[in-house]
Design a protein around this ligand. Structure first.
Ligand code: KIV
Length: 275
């Protein structure tokens, strides 16, 4: 790539700054999870702004019930694949459970791995008030941090399940405090997951950083979905996740047809054979 082309490509890159500007202009932000090169390239070409290498890979790639078993090495590996497919989108690596709770120093060491070994432009971590020091430490090392408050899946054992958060006055104040804390600590954006739409509206109006909603109503500054939910690749999806395609059925039909043609010696035909 020539210098001119390389710098032109850089100008088109989505950055943490351009996302803040988008919020100021009232333009919505799109974010999707991605776990490999192929889908990252499709989403990037389609104009999705942010590709999150979510620890949801524990559920949709590895088949676990929770995200808790996901390791640093696994997210580093998937982030490297996604980074190769992202020419324009901002790539955010999700810090897995255990990679940032021990100490801010440990969190920083792990965040650096995502930038150095995997090409991430930012990291995401769950938690609000309790994570102030950790977010500050990572941001001080020039690594942008995306917060995540409300329903935080890594806290499934404390929450007693994947429950909507922020209901009632106490819950509302907790989510507001957490979102404010994340912004104060220096995060460039925050995911609001599984909270009432009215509360997400309130948080989004108050914060100057963009809010990205999942199960948090239409008033967030952007929206994120897990790609398997959007594309219909799962047997089950949460009620807030809209399915825009049924790729599971498309894939099933394709492989059944393939198997049928193999059994009946219709594949490969002449067109797909060398003479
Ligand atoms: O891991 C993930 O996919 C996430 C999104 C649901 C926000 O954290």
């Amino acid at each position: 790539m020539s210098t001119v082309t390389a710098s032109a490509a850089r100008e088109h890159r989505v950055t943490t700054r351009s996302l803040t500007a988008r919020k100021r202009r009232g333009e919505r932000i799109t974010m999707l999870t991605a776990y490999d090169f192929t889908f990252a390239r499709i989403f990037d070409t389609a104009g999705i702004d942010v590709l999150l290498v979510g620890d949801s890979l524990g559920n949709v790639v590895q088949g676990c019930d929770t995200t808790l078993p996901v390791t640093m090495d696994e997210v580093v590996y998937h982030t490297r694949l996604v980074s190769r497919g992202a020419a324009r989108a901002l790539v955010v690596a999700d810090m897995p459970f255990g990679s940032y709770q021990v100490s801010p120093e440990d969190a920083l060491r792990n965040a650096i791995r995502f930038v150095k070994e995997a090409g991430a432009a930012a990291v995401k971590l769950e938690g609000g008030v309790r994570m102030i020091e950790t977010i500050e430490r990572i941001v001080a090392a020039e690594i942008p941090v995306m917060g995540h408050v409300g329903l935080t899946p890594q806290a499934v054992n404390r929450m007693g399940g994947f429950r909507v958060q922020g209901r009632g006055e106490k819950g509302r104040l907790q989510v507001l405090d957490d979102a404010r804390a994340v912004q104060e600590a220096g995060a460039f954006a925050v995911v609001l997951e599984g909270i009432p739409a009215q509360l997400a509206k309130e948080v989004s109006a108050e914060l100057s950083i963009p809010t990205i909603g999942i199960g948090a109503g239409v008033s967030c500054d952007g929206q994120v979905l897990v790609m398997h939910d959007l594309l219909g690749l799962n047997d089950w999806s949460p009620s807030f996740a809209k399915q825009y395609a049924n790729l599971g059925a498309v894939v099933s039909t394709a492989v059944r047809t393939f198997a049928d043609e193999v059994v009946n010696q219709k594949f490969p035909d002449e067109q797909h054979s060398y003479s």
